[in-house]
Design a protein around this ligand. Structure first.
Ligand SMILES: Nc1ncnc2c1ncn2[C@@H]1O[C@H](COP(=O)(O)OP(=O)(O)OP(=O)(O)O)[C@@H](O)[C@H]1O
Length: 354
């Protein structure tokens, strides 16, 4: 098992970062009937960990016994019926899913699943009808229609189920949903907190982790705890005993994007664009989110670029990122950015060197 999973705190009492939030969540569960919750914050900050610990606090260790299912629904949408398929993780008391994976049909998923949950209400130990928890990931990627439909279903079935919503950016969640949830912001952990977690893991694994290496891993992680733990494990595989000057290998996908950036800088032609497209597809197939690819690609290109062009390229990156958010197929927009970059860069080269 990877260390990120092995050392993921299981209970609210065991969390090392965001302890104050964990204690507040604990109070919320024990004292009150839990409201709908919206967890938001940057990637690798610890949202999922807190949600899983919260479920365990609500339902006991049974919440960890999840089964993965590929479920299919047949939804009646007026004149036609729609077939939908989505992977869900479920225990006796909760269901977790990422409805935005259903693309523009995400709103049917939201409606169907909540209705279905309302029908199968669990009975608690006191014989009273309990509630189920629905965990929805990436709610910021849900279409507007799906968010409206979520708001309606949320109100209608609030007696039967509680929603735990999780996303990176709350600004892309409609005000109507935000105002119906208790918003919990999960900040990126500080470098000191990351070092503390790394030292803890090192101790558990019986390793001698030099403080300077821990500090460098934390700094390179960009305050992403998952990334710091993954880098730490990679360092361990690469070389042990650790040394102060040990290099911290970049992530594979980052190296790959750096390679793509070099390809783009070396030649600007339709043939090269075709080659780059293949590489971009490979990244997407390996589940690297398109926004991250575009952001990293921009970062790599800016490092190699003449200062004169930086402003213009940033403008185009923002332009295509915005279009990517509005559209469905990310590859089109990333490729369009690459094509635009090639055109701007080639014109610059011709103007400068003839
Ligand atoms: N409170 C914590 N104490 C110690 N380790 C933690 C804590 N929270 C998270 N971690 C570690 O960091 C890793 C990443 O956390 P998590 O998956 O919860 O992040 P996330 O915010 O949900 O990220 P993403 O948005 O990318 O899914 C976990 O696998 C776990 O090992």
């Amino acid at each position: 098992m990877l260390w990120v999973d092995k050392y993921r705190p299981k209970t609210l009492d065991n969390v090392m970062v965001h302890n104050d939030i964990a204690q507040n969540l604990k109070k919320l569960v024990t004292e009150h009937d839990c409201p709908h919750l919206l967890f938001y914050g940057p990637s690798g900050a610890g949202k999922k960990t807190l949600i899983m610990a919260l479920l365990r606090q609500m339902f006991g260790p049974g919440a960890e016994k999840v089964k993965v299912e590929n479920r299919a629904w047949k939804v009646d949408a007026g004149s036609r019926s729609i077939d939908l398929e989505l992977t869900t993780l479920s225990s006796a008391n909760h269901i977790e899913m990422t409805p935005s994976d259903a693309g523009f049909q995400d709103r049917y998923i939201v409606q169907e699943i909540i209705k279905e949950m309302a029908k199968n209400r669990p009975i608690d130990t006191k014989g009273k009808k309990g509630f189920k928890v629905l965990v929805l990931n990436d709610v910021d990627k849900l279409s507007r229609e799906a968010q409206h439909s979520l708001r309606r279903t949320m109100e209608k079935y609030s007696a039967y189920c509680r929603l735990i919503l999780c996303c990176n950016s709350s600004s892309r969640v409609t005000e109507a949903i935000r105002s119906r949830c208790l918003n919990v912001r999960i900040n990126a952990p500080s470098e000191e907190q990351i070092i503390e977690v790394l030292q803890f893991i090192g101790k558990k694994e019986g390793l001698q982790l030099p403080p300077s290496l821990a500090a460098r891993i934390a700094e390179k992680s960009n305050r992403n705890l998952r990334r710091a733990i993954l880098s730490f494990e990679t360092c361990r595989v690469q070389q042990y005993p650790f040394t102060d000057k040990q290099t911290i290998p970049p992530m594979d996908w980052e190296e790959y994007i750096s390679e793509i950036a070099s390809d783009i800088m070396k030649e600007q032609s339709p043939k090269r664009l075709f080659l780059v497209r293949g590489k971009l597809y490979e990244l997407l197939i390996n589940c690297i989110p398109p926004e991250i690819i575009l952001k990293r690609l921009l970062y790599e290109l800016l490092r190699k670029l003449d200062a004169e062009l930086k402003h213009e390229i940033c403008h185009w990156a923002a332009y295509y990122e915005h279009r990517m958010r509005l559209g469905q197929k990310a590859i089109f927009h990333i490729e369009a950015f690459v094509a635009k970059f090639m055109s701007v860069y080639k014109s610059f080269l011709i103007a400068t060197f003839g």
